[in-house]
Write a protein that binds this ligand. Sequence first.
Ligand code: GDP
Length: 432
Amino acid sequence: MALESLKDIVKKIARSTTVDKALVEEVVRDIQRALLKADVNVRQVKEISDAIKKRALSEDVLPTFNVREHIIRIVYEELMRGIGEGLEIPLKKAKIMLVGLQGSGKTTTAAKLAKYFKDKGMKTGVIAADTWRPAAYEQLKQLAESYGIGFYGEKENKDAVEIARNGLKALKDYDMIIIDTAGRHALEEELIDEMIEIAKATQPDYKLLVLDAAIGQLASRQAKAFHDAIGINGIIITKFDGTAKGGGALSAAREIGIPIAFIGTGEKVEDFERFDPAGFVSRLLGMGDIKALLEKVERVVSEEELDPEAFLKGTFTLKDVYKQIEAMNKMGPISKIFELLPFGFSMKVDDSMMEMTQEKMKKFRVIMDSMTEEELLNPKIIDSSRIRRIAIGSGTSPQEVKELLKYYKTMKSVMKKMKKGKFGKLPIKGLP
Ligand code: GDP
């Protein structure tokens, strides 16, 4: 797709040594142009580019990062945010119903999906319930047979619901069943009724919409119409290979809030991949080194992390909070750091902790600077008269001191739980 040009942007940044306004503006302009050319919705382009501009100029360059890494990291994160999460279908017994307009690539996709799951070791079968397009039956049968995929169809039967029901019975020993349904030229009443009936009869675990990437931003209307009609839970974008407008389908998915599950990248059954946002964005940027970059971010975090010794002894003090805040200052907002950590940690942390703004961090630090060593090491002794003294000394209010203490307590309980292994693996160096 047209986002090829993002690679040139990356090259351009590589030559710079400072983050100045002109460079950021140039990068942002190039990104806007590339996204618009790829048919990404204008509002989303604006959101993404505004965010990049703001962050690139306001956030400090992380220690040991160069300008290129600084900007790429932000571009990467904002593109990721713009794309949203992909839908991962676990390798468990399931039924998938495919819907979409005629010509979107539904039947081909049914075979692609079946092969995908078969290659993962699942016993997979397809049901040909597209009774509208006469060739669909033969097409799917042939594809299924040549890839060793189970097949069920009734050539002469026009009753798609009956076929689907019979198909489930015939393929009852299969792990993954994919049901191809009819498409029409437009979403008509009759088609909607049929889809609803098939869904009722088969109770699919997933209703996936097949969208042709070439329709660009029209994808949004189409996806919304299908979603309103039967409720879809994932999107498969086909023909990503043949169009410069793929961004339109991506933004459509984002707009209606339905994750993308797979993309089709060619006519052959093999030309199919799971939609992995991180890999996708890395490829857009022409960077194999995003992973290395993220690992570097992680290293910076862990070097600034808590004292593991103290942590193990359970003596998490305000001094550790101080260190944490120092680390965050270098890294940007805490939520961003957690997002980058591959531990699924962020989801389980209290929201109030995520709202640590730069301003609040600064205030907390000032408050701690007014505490005695004893208070920092043993916050329990901080009673209301001490709170008043600290507030006066730091030019803050008792309320704010209490807020810091509350933050400390929350953190401490999080740490305790982490120690008990409740949060899984820890992002802290030196711990098992
Ligand atoms: P259906 O009417 O939705 O069942 O559509 P088909 O599965 O028959 O596909 C319509 C056309 O699109 C066929 O010529 C397919 O080979 C082609 N097609 C499907 N998926 C892709 C894809 O990912 N890339 C390309 N280039 N062609 C595709």
